[in-house]
Write a protein that binds this ligand. Structure first.
Ligand code: IVH
Length: 678
């Protein structure tokens, strides 16, 4: 056997790297560890540096070109890039179906084939391949003229620099959408926030901004994706005769297509597809703003033709908008359980993301500064999924003359105590502690909540009254309430009072971990409370623990340890604990679990899809409390995947790697087995 020539070796490495890229970025199916990929890439770069003659523009080493561009060149599209008509409800979609059938002179009950595709909310682009090699990437622009973004498109790993397989036309223009997946967007904004830079309003803006970079090195740092949905110009070759087959063909040539695409027959099935995707919209890893329906047969598309800017054979049914413009009427300040003073935007009510929104958090003074928002401004409000509504930006052009700056209070708006800002913190805090009515109420709400002391019949309205009438000022006070005090309150009959007293009595029998959690110590959530209970076994041992001893508990870092010690060193707070115990609050002893012997120690878990009984972050916290590491992606090292409905590529990957997958029911059972009840 003779040693491979540098030429053969370079060809082998290129082919290997292309194959891995394709598996990772187009099939969502990573096949090698990153380190191995990096090693092969380094070898290729080394070979190409030693033998510059081997260098080819479509080599995987050549995604990021040289110097930044001076500006963008305009590109004229040979075939215009059309837009789509919109339908905003099922009736309008049905009208579209009717129009199509009429034009084709088909019976009104004909069930035509439609290719259904998610409408990705990104930037439309065109890729031109000549002899299978990527020659040019361009934005849609106004449909006739766009901008040359070849340098940036080349950095997108799911865009092949060379098509795979064979049989492609000599000239092939592929069209699709470039977008930033949600996770990439969050990471990008988190980094920007850390550096004090401006954040992007939404993934679409971030993708657009990224594609407008003159320096491709910056583009390469952001995980843009490309998903293809049609072919424009083609010469010197033939294409399949149905939209769905074209997609399949593009996939075989190494381009990414949307795995949710589906062919259905007739309007009713189109409508059902919409419902299904609408339900899964929030669980998808990227933003979609609707569903695109295309008559599947190209021959029929041709018969139908196009009007001005949009084809008659396709339509987009839009989802309810997740962003709307409304007016900021006022900013009020709320005081939370830990004294944090949060500015809350009072908005002119607006229907967004499926609900009417009239309040949104503005987080803190840094956020207000970053937004540059003033009272009276028109603001863009976003509500996506279950995420609380956010003010994402200000429409500067619409600022009224009488807009007013947001003024932070100089004292606590509830108790008048001083406000302080801790070093390195953007939050202002009321120093009133237990004397602050707002903190008292918030602390009580937390204390009685289901996962804490679980006291039934003590709702927010009742807590308001109890604190406002100075019947109760801390948790211990609840256990000294008398029946007559209760029956004197609004909407409190004898029966409800008896019931509440009974619930209070019953709650006295609790567990150490619930008790610790119920105290509302800063940053001590359920999982941490559980770890503390198991580690120390008793309140006495816990409250006497040094900072060092606290740090030995899983999940407890210096910040949490500090909050714990501050609590234990606060005579007032410890006095409340004593009063609670004197009132009869008690718990059984806990068996101490030594650190490092947690049931899921050393295991890596992944949670994907949507869960019913808990959020994904709760699931994560439970797993961590049991000793597991929780990872964001599936690899050969994953021990088990918890998959809820809507799980996509991670589930597929796990199945392929033969990794254990359990559903939510099995997960809940497993948690219960380890003493975690929800
Ligand atoms: S087809 C004539 N398919 O929506 C066909 N467009 O509102 C025109 N889009 O500019 C495009 N996903 O940016 C098509 N699966 C999809 C799409 C899609 C997103 C975008 C595209 C287009 C805009 C039209």
């Amino acid at each position: 056997m003779t040693a491979a020539s540098p030429e053969q070796e370079a060809a082998r490495l290129r082919e290997q790297l292309e194959q891995w890229n394709y598996q990772y970025y187009v099939l969502d199916d990573p096949s090698v560890p990153d380190a191995e990929y990096d090693r092969a890439m380094r070898q290729l770069v080394e070979l190409e540096t030693q033998h510059p003659a081997l260098l080819r523009p479509d080599s995987p080493s050549q995604r990021v070109g040289g110097e930044p561009l001076a500006g963008f060149t305009q590109v004229r599209h040979e075939l215009p890039m059309l837009s789509l008509d919109n339908a905003f409800n099922a009736d309008e979609l049905e009208d579209f179906n009717r129009r199509v059938l009429e034009r084709l002179k088909l019976a009104p009950d004909t069930e035509l084939e439609f290719a259904c595709e998610p409408k990705l909310d990104g930037i439309a682009v065109s890729l031109l391949y000549r002899d299978g090699v990527l020659e040019r990437g361009a934005t849609r622009g106004d449909g006739t003229t766009g901008e040359d973004i070849t340098h940036n498109v080349r950095t997108i790993q799911s865009v092949p620099l060379r098509l795979r397989g064979s049989g492609y036309p000599q000239v092939l223009e592929v069209r699709g959408e470039i977008y930033l997946p949600k996770a990439g967007f969050e990471a990008l904004n988190a980094r920007a926030r850390e550096k004090g830079e401006k954040t992007f309003v939404n993934p679409r803006n971030a993708a657009a901004g990224t594609l407008r970079q003159l320096d491709a090195r910056l583009t390469a740092e952001r995980p843009l994706q490309m998903c293809c949905y049609s072919v424009g110009l083609y010469q010197g070759g033939a294409l399949p005769e149905r939209q769905s087959d074209i997609l399949e063909q593009l996939h075989q040539w190494g381009l990414r297509i949307n795995p949710e695409s589906k062919v259905v027959r007739g309007f009713a099935a189109c409508d059902a597809y919409y419902d299904e995707l609408a339900q899964r919209r929030d669980a998808l890893p990227y933003d979609i703003d609707g569903i695109v329906y295309k008559v599947n047969e190209l021959a029929l598309q041709e018969q139908l033709g196009a009007v001005s800017r949009a084809p008659r054979w396709a339509i987009a049914r839009k989802f309810p908008a997740q962003e709307e413009v409304t007016r900021l009427l006022a900013v009020e300040f709320q005081v939370g359980r830990t004294g944090a003073v949060t500015p809350v935007a009072r908005l002119e009510p607006v229907f967004v993301g499926g609900v009417t929104v009239s309040n949104a958090t503005l987080h803190n003074s840094d956020e207000i500064e970053r937004l540059g928002v003033m009272v009276g401004d028109s603001v863009i409000v976003r509500r996506a999924g279950d995420v609380i509504p956010q003010v994402v930006s200000v429409v500067q052009a619409e600022r009224p003359d009488d807009a007013r700056a947001v003024v932070f209070p100089s004292a606590c708006p509830v108790c008048g105590s001083a406000l302080e800002r801790e070093p390195d913190e953007a939050v202002l805090r009321c120093m009133g502690g237990l004397v602050c009515g707002a903190q008292q109420k918030a602390a009580l709400r937390h204390f009685v909540s289901r996962r804490a002391m679980d006291i039934d019949g003590l709702g927010d309205k009742l807590i308001e009254q109890l604190v406002d009438q100075q019947l109760v000022d801390n948790a211990a006070g609840l256990f000294h309430l008398e029946k007559t005090q209760l029956t004197n309150l609004e909407r409190m009959g004898e029966k409800s009072a008896d019931k509440l007293l009974k619930a209070l009595e019953a709650s006295k029998h609790t567990t150490l971990e619930r008790f610790i959690f119920a105290l509302g110590i800063r940053e001590v959530g359920e999982a941490t409370a559980r770890n503390l209970a198991r580690h120390f076994g008793s309140w006495e041992a816990l409250s006497a623990a040094s900072e060092e001893a606290l740090l030995a508990v899983p999940d407890v870092g210096p910040v949490v340890a500090d909050h714990l010690r501050q609590f234990f060193d606060d005579a007032g707070l410890m006095g409340v604990v004593e009063q609670l115990r004197a009132a009869g609050v008690h718990w059984p002893d806990v068996e101490v679990v030594a650190a490092q012997t947690l049931p899921l120690d050393g295991q890596t878990w992944v949670v994907t899809g949507s869960l019913q009984a808990m959020g994904r972050s709760d699931a994560k916290a439970h797993l961590q409390a049991l000793g597991a590491k929780v990872a964001g992606s599936v690899s050969a090292k994953t021990h088990c995947v918890v998959a809820g409905p809507g799980a996509g590529s991670k589930l597929a990957k796990a199945e392929q790697l033969g990794i254990d997958v359990i559903d939510e029911a099995a997960f809940v059972a497993l948690l219960a087995e380890h003493g975690v009840t929800l």
